[in-house]
Design a protein around this ligand. Structure first.
Ligand code: IMP
Length: 432
């Protein structure tokens, strides 16, 4: 069985973790392929509620292997904390979780530089998660990172740090006027992290390849969403993962060929949200925004930073674009129940930019910031869908809404979720 990718179709927080948790049941291997602990997902299952930032969502099934691929940047303290937390709650992690020896390590200067750079940008700050992710990817691309293979070998770690720390200190002191970091402290702390993580480290590309050759189903779990992509997102208000979280990044981020990916599942929320700065044409500031943010069983606050999410109507222009650049073959629509109280629901079908009607996302930041949404209005259903378990249970207006979104995406919607619990899902068509 080939691999299947699960990607976020909007600005992240679409509920990918929840969907991976659901699909993982039928898979053998679940692998993360990009980003770092800027991502976060909350999973609610029979074992309780969990917030994960690095460990793939498949960890809750005892028979699945979980992989943190070479495309991920890993903060060792965060990963070790998650492993410890999962084990404390009775979830066996050893022998099931594998970390790529080629993944990059998030170092103390990355967090510092993230904060200092945001400060320097002032009112143009991106609103990063402050986890050091962009500086870590800058170092990866600039050939001055630290990789897991170095972390777990004290001699290599020493050699790499001897090159990196003085250089980073010159940058911190000279450019930002910040205090230098202490070499000995970093070496001692990271040598210890390396020793504790070593049992999890593997050539994960080989592991995934062997699984595929043996007929395993491999779920490749994306982070964030297409509109935060470095090339195709709302630049410069994007994240800097290399490879990207787009479906095309999945092959590179775990080390398989693109021909091994069969399906791309795009996860879309029934409306739009965004955390951090940057254009969001359908953003609302009225009572509807409050209903979307605070009205549902899971209020819209970032699972990594706790920041309130900006809320707005479903942006069909962005969703169509995202569906195409990801090559989506199937879709999932989440949080349909959040629309339950609304008498009417709007969907943006095109933008008005500088007096012109456009139906795709402009590349220029300024044009995107000026884009005015043109809406189509659909009737609401004003009834509780959280108890619906079959397509026929949904009110006809809700069915029409789902079909309307499906036409925009140009891909079949296979699952509709109506609440945070694992069983609050309507399987319209089988995915696996
Ligand atoms: P960074 O990835 O921390 O550098 O943040 C860059 C931008 O991406 C900011 O607008 C963040 O709010 C956004 N971002 C990063 N990760 C996530 C995520 O998992 N969900 C939603 N937004 C995110």
């Amino acid at each position: 069985m080939p691999a299947l990718v699960v990607v976020g179709g909007q600005w992240g927080d679409e509920g990918k973790g929840r969907i991976v948790d659901l699909l993982a049941k039928e898979a053998h291997i679940v692998a993360r392929y990009s980003a770092g602990n800027n991502a976060g997902h909350t999973i609610i299952n029979e074992l309780g509620e969990f917030a994960l930032h690095i460990v793939p969502a498949g960890i809750f099934y005892p028979d699945k292997l979980c992989v943190i691929g070479n495309g991920v940047v890993v903060d060792p303290a965060v990963l070790l904390g998650e492993i410890e937390h999962l084990e404390e709650r009775g979830i066996e992690v050893k022998g099931r979780l594998f970390l790529s020896d080629r993944a990059h390590v998030l170092m103390p200067w990355h967090r510092l530089l993230d904060a200092l750079d945001e400060q320097m940008r002032g009112e143009n700050a991106v609103g990063s998660t402050g986890r050091g992710i962009t500086p870590a990817f800058i170092d990866k691309v600039g050939r001055s990172g630290v990789r897991v293979a170095d972390l777990i070998d004290p001699e290599s770690l020493l050699a790499v740090l001897e090159l990196r720390v003085p250089y980073k200190n010159r940058l911190l002191e000279g450019v930002y006027g910040a205090k230098p970091l202490n070499f000995d402290d970093i070496y001692a702390e990271y040598k210890d992290f390396g020793a504790r993580l070593a049992p999890y480290v593997a050539d994960t590309s080989d592991l995934v390849q062997k699984g595929l050759a043996a007929g395993d189903t491999v779920l490749l779990e994306g982070a964030q969403g297409a509109l935060l992509d470095l090339d195709f997102g709302t630049y410069e208000y994007v994240t800097s993962s290399v490879p990207s979280s787009l479906a095309a990044g999945a092959a590179l981020g775990v080390g398989v060929g693109p021909t091994q990916i069969k399906d791309v599942v795009g996860v879309f929320k029934a409306y739009n949200t965004r955390v951090g700065a940057g254009p969001m044409p359908t953003e609302l500031f009225d009572e509807t925004a409050t209903i979307l943010r605070d009205g549902g069983p899971r209020p819209e606050y970032g699972s990594t930073t706790g920041r309130p999410r900006r809320c707005g109507w479903f942006d069909g222009v962005a969703a169509r674009y995202s569906s195409r650049i990801n090559g989506i073959t199937a879709a999932v629509l989440t949080r349909l129940d959040s629309l339950d109280p609304l008498p009417a629901i709007k969907v943006c079908t095109s933008y008005q930019v500088g007096g012109r009607r456009v139906d795709t996302m402009p590349a220029a930041t300024l044009a995107m910031a000026q884009a005015q949404p043109v809406y189509e209005e659909l009737p609401g259903w004003q009834s509780d869908t959280s108890q619906c378990r079959k397509w026929e249970d949904l009110p006809t207006q809700a069915q029409s809404y789902v079909r309307y979104i499906q036409d925009i995406l140009g891909a079949t919607i296979c699952i509709v979720s109506v609440g945070p619990e694992r069983d609050q899902s309507i399987h319209v068509q089988g995915l696996l």
